[in-house]
Each structure stands twice: as C-alpha cells, then as structure tokens.
Design a protein around this ligand. Structure first.
Ligand code: GAL
Length: 416
C-alpha cells in the first residue's frame, strides 16, 4: 500500500509541475474579422501556439472597433475582463485611468521597448510611466487604393492633386463604373475625413482644429472647405453605399467594379488576401493634397489586470511575442500596416509597405505625423464620437458645408 501511495504522490507532483510549465490560454477580444485581418491575426495565433499559449478567440465584428469597445465595457462591468484586448489610442488611456490594465514594465524592460517604440506611440502605450499595452503596428488612414486596370482602361494617370483626383473620379463615373467605393458608416466617413482635412490644410489645420480643438479653427472657412470636399466625394459613391462594410468596399475596387477607395492601409490586407500585387493589380497613394503628412493609428493589445499567475505569465509572453522584431515583420506584411518598432527592416514588405515605412520615417523627421481623428488618436472617445456624428450627418445631406462647420464647434464643445 505504501508503494502505491508513493507512486500516486509522484504522479501528482509531476502533473503539478507540468501545468506550471504550460502558460494559460489567453482570451483575446478584437475586431479583426475581415479576410485580410483574419489572415494577419493567424500570424499572432500561430506565434503564440508555438510557445504553448492557447488562443481563446473573442471576435466582435464591426470595423473601427466601436462594437468591440461596447462589448468590452460590458465584460469589465460584469467583472469578467478578457485577458487581452485590441485597443486604439485614447481608449487605452481611458482604461489605464480606471486602473484596469496590467503593468507590462518588466517585459518592456527585459525587451528594451523604450528604445525602439516611437515616442508618439509610447504616449498611448504607457500611463504614469508604466507600459500598459503592446503596440502591434502603425496604420495610416490617408490612403487611396485604386484598381490599376480600370485607370488604364480609362486613360487615367495616378492623381497627385485634389483637382486631378476629382477629374479622375468624374471620368470613371461617366464610364458607368463606381468612382469611389465607400461604406456608409460613421467611422468610415470619419476615416475619409482624416485625409481630406490634411488635403485642405495640412498638419497645421489638423492640429489646431482636431487636436487642440480650437473653436475658431473648427468653425473656420478652411473646415467649411473640408466639408465641401466631402460633398464632392459624396457625389462619386454608388447608390448602395449606406451601411456597407469597409472590406466589401475594398472588394469593389479589387474586382474592378469601382476605381478608388479612400481607406486606411488595412485595406491593403484585403488586396493581398485576394492575391493582388501592388503596382500590378492596384495602386496605393496618399489622399491627393495630403502627401507628406500621415494620419496614423496603432493597434495595441492592452492586458487586463488578472490575479491568476498563469494568466499573468501568458499576458507577458503575448506582449513579448507581439513586440519581437520577427513577429512585427511577419504580422505587418499581411496586415497592411508597418511595424511599431523602428528597428524592423523593410525587406519583407511590398512596394506599398516600403512606401509606408519610408513616409512614416520622413513624417517623424518632419513632424508631419498626426493622430487619426477617426481611430481614436486625436482625442478621447467622447470628442471622437461628436465629430463622427457631424461628419456622417453632413455626408448624408443633413447640413451644408458652412452649417457642418458650425455644428462641429458646438458638438466638440459639448463633448469635452
Ligand atoms: C481600425 C484598426 C485596423 C482595422 C480597421 C478596420 O480601427 O486599427 O486594424 O481593423 O479598424 O476594422
């Protein structure tokens, strides 16, 4: 009997030690549900699986992440936060202020994040000097995606000025094709708005109006001119744009039904997922007039405070994986974004990716990077949502340009 007890004790000890070695699974809340996004997410899932970390998927569909943030609030309110959450900009700061996020300083110090993550990004990844999120990438929103064959068929050269862009869209419209593929959702109108503001007044207008929230700038003739350009774009979308998901608009350009889409470079992930090649099948260029400036945003994974030691270990390992140079290259090549780290070579990236990395470096050197209004990097959610409301109401014909600028002043003032 004594021998049996001894063996059972030995087996129990072995089992305990095995479980201590295997980190817990991570439950991850995110909104990467399109083809391209899912392909990129798989790079992360496989990376973690290679380290024995299981992935408990919690996708919340809805581009831009509004729905995901609503579900997150409900989960935390119920006292049941996910292990890790995809988050943008000021949303990270809001959760950090609530004391809901885990301290990643240990892994950040071990991996030297401070030296390789741009200060503009650290402003969102850290709170009170503590790392509370791991940045996966840097996206920018002031891009145009074009079907090369459609442009060639119509003898249209890549537009470099706003007037050339409008003339090109008119030529496409006259041909019977859709000039501008668009999804009528507030976050998509706001994404277009990012680039149009830059095309009218560059980073000076953008910062004065949408970072400093200066009422005079918000209600200025320049902002009225921005809304006039939004009206011009409204004239080039198809009749069924309302409510369309962004990746279905990308598909219209991919299949040649439409010539252009103004969308962040996650759209490139859709083109790549469809087997399309930059320069051969599609063109990528900055919203005409916005060249030299980038409205940027970063997808970060914020780790929620948990007590279970295995879960904490899994969070640290997930953060470490996300920030590894090899992962930052492999993931961003698929996602359409560029690495959050500045020390990742661009070898693996395609022509649009290389252009994006070069423009980001130039923007950093010339101080022409601004945080995306649409994706939570210019202001907190209350102000962002107030801007969404005015921009989408105007796009749907509720206001003329001058009135929209006036409404913007009021809405932003009330939201602060
Ligand atoms: C952005 C996010 C991108 C992509 C896009 C469309 O907010 O940063 O990674 O998901 O929404 O959903």
């Amino acid at each position: 009997m004594r021998k049996l007890t001894k063996n059972l004790t030995l087996v129990a000890a072995l089992l305990a030690s095995t479980s201590a070695v295997r980190a817990a699974d991570v439950e991850v809340l995110h909104w990467w549900t399109s083809g391209g996004e899912a392909a990129a997410l798989n790079v992360l899932k496989e990376d973690l699986a290679g380290q024995g970390i299981g992935w408990n998927d919690m996708p919340v569909a809805g581009g831009g992440g509004e729905s995901a943030m609503t579900v997150l609030r409900a989960r935390v309110t119920a006292g049941d936060p996910p292990t890790a959450v995809q988050m943008l900009g000021f949303d990270i700061q809001d959760w950090a202020e609530e004391g809901a996020l885990a301290d990643l300083n240990l892994v950040a110090a071990e991996e030297g994040w401070d030296a390789v993550v741009p200060p503009a990004l650290q402003a969102f990844s850290k709170h009170d000097g503590k790392w509370i999120a791991a940045p996966v990438n840097i996206h920018s929103s002031n891009w145009v995606w074009a079907n090369k064959a459609v442009l060639e068929e119509l003898g249209i050269a890549q537009p470099t000025t706003w007037d050339e862009f409008v003339a090109a869209m008119q030529k496409v419209k006259d041909s019977g094709k859709t000039a501008l593929a668009h999804g009528g959702q507030a976050w998509q109108e706001a994404t277009v708005f990012d680039g149009v503001v830059l095309s009218v007044g560059g980073v000076d207008l953008y910062r004065k109006a949408f970072v400093e929230l200066d009422p005079e700038a918000l209600g200025s003739d320049e902002i009225a001119a921005v809304f006039e350009r939004m009206e011009t774009l409204r004239g080039f979308v198809d009749d069924n744009f309302s409510g369309r998901d962004w990746n279905l608009a990308s598909a219209m350009v991919i299949n040649g039904e439409a010539a252009f889409q103004i969308m962040g470079d996650w759209a490139k992930g859709e083109f790549l997922n469809a087997g399309k090649v930059p320069g051969d099948d599609f063109l990528c260029f900055r919203v005409p007039g916005s060249q030299g400036s980038l409205s940027i945003l970063s997808d970060q994974f914020a780790m929620f405070g948990v007590t279970d030691e295995d879960a904490k270990a899994a969070q640290a390992e997930m953060a470490r994986s996300i920030m590894s140079p090899a992962f930052q290259s492999a993931f961003n090549v698929v996602k359409g974004s560029v690495p959050a780290r500045t020390d990742v070579p661009d070898e693996a990236f395609d022509a649009c990716g290389k252009q994006g990395m070069q423009e980001l470096a130039e923007g950093a050197a010339n101080d022409t990077l601004v945080g995306s209004i649409a994706h939570g990097h210019a202001n907190r959610a209350s102000v962002k949502n107030a801007i969404y409301d005015v921009v989408t109401a105007h796009f749907n014909g509720e206001y003329d340009a001058q009135t929209a600028a006036e409404e913007l002043v009021t809405a932003v003032e009330l939201a602060q």
